[in-house]
Design a protein around this ligand. Structure first.
Ligand code: C2E
Ligand code: MG
Ligand code: MG
Ligand code: MG
Length: 286
């Protein structure tokens, strides 16, 4: 009987591994065609000022709708795109699209707000990256201060090329933000070595505020570190009014999360503008 059970669980494990592998193969195959088949699109999640409730900017978040697979999360397909180097092409498509969108909104007379673009480590290290970025900024006539790149801490300083690269990006006037701050292995080290403007504190710290003994103290300490280093701070994953109240008490000014808004389609962002909802134009920083 025991032997039988062992065999079953082995079989089960085997089936599961096989299913994971097969999905990966299918995803890779479909992802290769996603760009030319126009299956990718962008959503924009607003960022808000906690005190004035003005929209101060937004983050571009990629979406993939495939006829066979349905909606696939970027958390699943971006790592695959990174493995297959497709990320360089997809990342360029994101940059081009975002700048086109901003230029479109500008031409329609909507306020120009700062946009954040998520950049993969592989994409940023590609030798054409900075040329590509500056090319599209010029082509669509968008000034660098309206662009912020969200990078992760894993782009650490042990790679000697990283810091000169980030400095070159910054010398063009483009902003740099550390995404998911606090979840990497070298958070504080990164702060001391990377030329960044903004700390984007990971949403797990918001959850910890409610559920753990020192959650609030840790979040407060992170906000204070950012302030001491003259960095802008934004907290992600705000889902409730209590989060807003607590963050305001901790001295945080900017936040993002489902409580304010989920990621929106460009048409929904336009509706927001058309309704003359409050936006913060020409705000120098977060
Ligand atoms: P991220 O950059 O940390 O983005 C935040 C993620 O949290 C987004 O998931 C967003 O929809 C979600 N989110 C926003 N507010 C809340 C909230 O209040 N509660 C919760 N639970 N979640 C919230 P999404 O859009 O699925 O993106 C997942 C990740 O995929 C992103 O994490 C980013 O690392 C990556 N990604 C998305 N778009 C791009 C892209 O264009 N390029 C690259 N390289 N990566 C991207
Ligand atoms: Mg991000
Ligand atoms: Mg994040
Ligand atoms: Mg995250």
């Amino acid at each position: 009987h025991i032997k039988q059970q062992g065999k079953n669980s082995y079989q089960f494990y085997n089936d599961e591994v096989k299913a994971i592998f097969e999905r990966k193969v299918l995803l890779e195959k479909e992802l290769k065609k996603a760009l030319q088949n126009e299956e990718l699109y962008l959503t924009y999640q607003p960022k808000f000022d906690l005190t004035t409730h003005e929209m101060v900017g937004y983050e571009a978040l990629i979406r993939w709708n495939n006829p066979h697979l349905g909606q696939v999360s970027p958390a699943e397909f971006i790592p695959l795109a990174e493995e297959t180097s497709l990320i360089v092409e997809i990342g360029e498509w994101v940059i081009e699209n975002v700048l086109q969108q901003l230029s479109h909104w500008k031409q329609k007379g909507h306020p120009l707000l700062k946009v954040s673009i998520n950049i993969s480590n592989i994409q940023i290290k590609h030798e054409q990256f900075l040329d590509t970025l500056t090319f599209y900024m010029q082509e669509h006539n968008i000034a660098p201060p309206y662009i912020e790149l969200e990078i992760t801490e894993s782009l650490t300083s042990d790679d000697k090329k990283t810091i000169p690269l980030l400095e070159a990006i910054k010398s063009h006037g483009v902003g740099l933000s550390i995404d998911d701050f606090g979840t990497g292995y070298s958070s504080l080290h990164a702060l001391n070595h990377l030329p960044i403007d903004t700390l984007k504190i990971d949403r797990s710290f918001v959850k910890d505020m409610e559920t753990t003994k020192y959650g609030t103290d840790i979040l407060k300490s992170m906000i204070d570190i950012g302030k001491n280093l003259k960095l802008d701070i934004i907290v992600e994953g705000i889902e409730k009014e209590e989060h807003v109240l607590l963050l305001k008490k901790l001295g945080c000014r900017t936040a993002q999360g489902y409580y304010f808004s989920k990621p929106l389609l460009p048409s929904e962002i336009e509706e927001y503008f058309l309704k003359k909802m409050p936006v913060a134009v020409n705000r120098p920083s977060h």
